[in-house]
Design a protein around this ligand. Structure first.
Ligand code: PMP
Length: 403
């Protein structure tokens, strides 16, 4: 008998399982709206033209080798990542109190930050609050490092918008010094972000209650198409003097999904504290991954350190963001034309890659079984999966299931 006789099978990951089922489906009009990856008008993965250029530069660079990176990662990448999210003129950067740790993409940055908090957060047993709903990996990741997880309201099903009152009330009634995981922009899965005035109200409570902010920033540039606009919330919190962490991912905005390029930016009160935090995260990182992978970070730093490539990247980003915005409009117009029951303006009001459609789990079941359209049971679609060839088919299917 095996020593592992009693090991039970774990459930498959819902999103990856959906892709497996869709890949195996031979129906010619099938649509995968589950996966959070950008697709072109032809429904294909997109290698950003600027990434191809950076690729050529790296291939031709005779000085590059495959030596280990330092434990904290590539220096230029770390520096540029912090600058990208905080802004070149950030006071915190000028005061040398910003740390940066290259991680295994956004997930690794969330892990590094959460792991540090689980070991060094001064309030033992402090809970980390996540939004209802949130990215499916948040809870398991936080629980995995032993942080107690609680939830704050976010989505109001009645308005199909932000439940600001519920969110603020939860922050008010949370124990002082709780940890709040906030989506910096393009909230996943709802596509609903607070306005600047709402961010002010959120920051007021976070400050008054001495809560700690952990931003998850997986979509900078993808929400509005503008990198600075999408960094608004983080920069505003830093301006107010709050200490915080930001987990940054280059999966979406560089299309570097498999290269696992990410960064944890740490904004501390003083340079000394920043150094100590970095040293602790370096120690932990050494024991888990030893040092991060180089390729994705080289692509990113090549682009971020070159003015011309940087502006090309901005153009590539707006190509992606604008195509998604356009698909939202086409879908909304078609549902309006079909006089599909219900109010659908949230499709165009929401931002980023996802739309929380409001479709119910039984309706999603029919979409899958009758129409071969794959989306999450909570009604979330990746708008990037739509294009001018399949959007009418999708709209008609939605029209059918809600009648
Ligand atoms: N946070 C959020 C909100 C996400 O949507 C994602 C990607 N789906 C991630 C983090 C992590 O992505 P990655 O590890 O590929 O950077």
């Amino acid at each position: 008998t095996s020593v592992f006789e009693d090991v039970k099978a774990a459930p498959a990951d819902v999103i990856f399982a959906l892709t497996t089922i869709c890949d195996a489906d031979t129906f010619d009009k099938k649509i995968n709206l589950g996966v959070g990856a950008y697709r072109t008008e032809e429904g294909k993965p997109y290698v950003l033209p600027v990434v191809k250029k950076a690729d050529h530069i790296l291939v031709d660079d005779k000085n590059l080798d495959h030596e280990y990176l330092p434990i904290l990662g590539q220096k230029a990448f770390r520096k540029e990542s912090a600058k990208l999210i905080l802004g070149a003129s950030s006071k915190a950067l000028a005061e040398d109190r910003v740390g940066a740790i290259q991680c295994i993409s956004g997930t690794g940055a969330l892990y590094a930050g959460a792991h540090f908090l689980s070991k060094h957060y001064p309030i033992k047993g402090a809970a980390c609050y996540i939004s209802t709903p949130t990215y499916a990996n948040h809870r398991p990741l936080l629980e995995g490092v032993g942080l107690p997880v609680l939830e704050y309201p976010y989505w109001n099903p009645a308005t199909k918008g932000l439940d600001l009152e519920g969110m603020l009330n939860a922050m008010q009634s949370a124990a002082n010094g709780s940890i709040f995981l906030l989506h910096a922009c393009a909230h996943n899965p709802t596509g609903v972000d607070p306005t600047p005035d709402q961010w002010r109200q959120i920051a007021d409570v976070m400050e008054a209650k001495s809560h700690f902010t952990f931003f998850d920033c997986a979509y900078q540039g993808f929400a509005s198409g503008n990198l600075d606009k999408d960094a608004y919330a983080v920069r505003y919190f830093v301006e107010r003097g709050l200490e915080l962490f930001v987990a940054q991912s280059y999966s979406k905005n560089f299309g570097l999904y498999s290269e696992r390029a990410g960064n944890l930016t740490v904004v501390a009160k003083t340079p000394e504290i920043k150094d100590r935090i970095e040293s602790q995260i370096a120690k932990a990182q050494r024991a888990v991954i030893s040092n991060p992978p180089a390729y994705g970070s080289r692509i990113v730093s090549t682009v971020l350190t070159d003015k011309k490539l940087y502006s090309e990247w901005e153009q590539n980003l707006s190509t992606m963001a604008n195509r998604i915005i356009h698909m939202r409009k086409v879908l909304f117009d078609e549902l309006t034309r079909l006089e599909t029951p219900g109010k659908w303006s949230h499709i165009v009001d929401q931002i980023g890659m996802f739309s929380f459609t409001g479709l119910t789990t039984p309706q999603v079941k029919v979409l899958k079984e009758k129409y071969h359209i794959y989306l999450l049971d909570n009604g979330r679609i990746s708008v990037a999966g739509l294009n001018s060839k399949n959007v009418m088919y999708f709209a008609q299917a939605v029209d059918d299931v809600v009648r």
